[in-house]
Each structure stands twice: as structure tokens, then as C-alpha cells.
Ligand binder design. Sequence first.
Ligand SMILES: CC(C)(COP(=O)(O)OP(=O)(O)OC[C@H]1O[C@@H](n2cnc3c(N)ncnc32)[C@H](O)[C@@H]1OP(=O)(O)O)[C@@H](O)C(=O)NCCC(=O)NCCS
Length: 150
Amino acid sequence: MRIVEAGPAEDAVLSALYESAFGEVWAPDQLAQLLAGPGVFALIALDDAGEPAGYALGRVAADEAELLSIALLPGRRRQGGGRLLLDALIDRCAAAGAAALFLEVATDNAAALALYRGAGFREAGLRKGYYKVGAVVVDAIVMKRELGAA
Ligand SMILES: CC(C)(COP(=O)(O)OP(=O)(O)OC[C@H]1O[C@@H](n2cnc3c(N)ncnc32)[C@H](O)[C@@H]1OP(=O)(O)O)[C@@H](O)C(=O)NCCC(=O)NCCS
């Protein structure tokens, strides 16, 4: 797999990846609005055949950055794509001048927690009741990684 930065014409690719990964629809105009926000960028993981396999969205604001979303297609997980995307996003944020990268992750998302811990993120806080899916309420762990440090 290899990572490329998404261009403005790739909103539909990102929407399709989001829908396949999460089983929810992300309207293209909703995404376009997000991507048009200050400091927002998108990365796409391409498989060896050049087909999109996953994405990551980030935002840089002055010296702080945020991982907004990351996902691989269900059939493309555990193949190193998540870590490749995360490493590329870390580099992209550091190059844009951010000194720290933050994210939120559901306390029950073992795969994502392991990915982030393995990439050097540490717990920095807890947001109670952050995720609500129907009647299910899940807390979010806030994680932080200093950029420039290992
Ligand atoms: C979280 C996610 C992005 C990981 O992507 P991935 O491509 O499968 O991850 P990688 O193959 O790069 O794995 C990197 C490390 O993450 C951890 N990891 C990934 N999937 C895991 C799983 N199912 N269980 C435990 N650890 C896991 C492991 O530490 C792994 O390293 P290893 O393979 O050497 O053990 C992917 O599972 C996904 O798309 N999940 C659904 C969307 C989501 O929850 N996104 C995060 C919240 S927005």
C-alpha cells in the first residue's frame, strides 16, 4: 500500500470509503464543507492495484493538530494500512508546524487503541458519553502524541 494526499476531486472516493468502513452515509457536500475548513487535509491509502483501501482526515491549527477520522475498508484491515496512514498523517502535521497531535477514540475500540498506542499516542483525558449510537453511549479517550519526538 502507498499513501497519497487527496485532491479536491476525490470527495466521492472519501465518501465511499467512509460508507464502506462505517456503514453510514457521509453526504459529499458534508465532506466538502469539512475539507474546505482551515487546515483540513485528507490522505488516501492505495493498494498495489491503485485502488483506494482507506483514508485519514487531519486538521492543523497553529501548533496543534487533530486526527479527525481514519478507516480502512473491512477487507483491508490488519495489512499495515492504518499504521501507514497514521505515520503519513503524523509527518504531514509535523511538516505543517504542529507540535502535538490529538485524537479521540471510543473506549471499546480495541483495534484503534492498539494502533494509536503503538504509534506513540498516550492518554490525555476522558470525554464522558462522547459517542452515542442509538441508545448506546460510549466514553472517548483523548490521546496525544508529541510531534518531532519518537
Ligand atoms: C483502526 C483501524 C484504522 C486500524 O487499521 P489497520 O490497517 O487494520 O491497522 P494496521 O494493520 O496498520 O495495524 C497496526 C497496529 O494496530 C493494531 N491493530 C490493528 N487492528 C487490530 C485489531 N483488530 N485488534 C488488535 N490490534 C489491532 C495492532 O497493534 C497493529 O499492529 P500489528 O499488526 O503489528 O499487531 C481499522 O481497524 C479500522 O478501519 N477500523 C474501523 C474504523 C475505526 O474504528 N477507526 C478509528 C476511529 S475513527
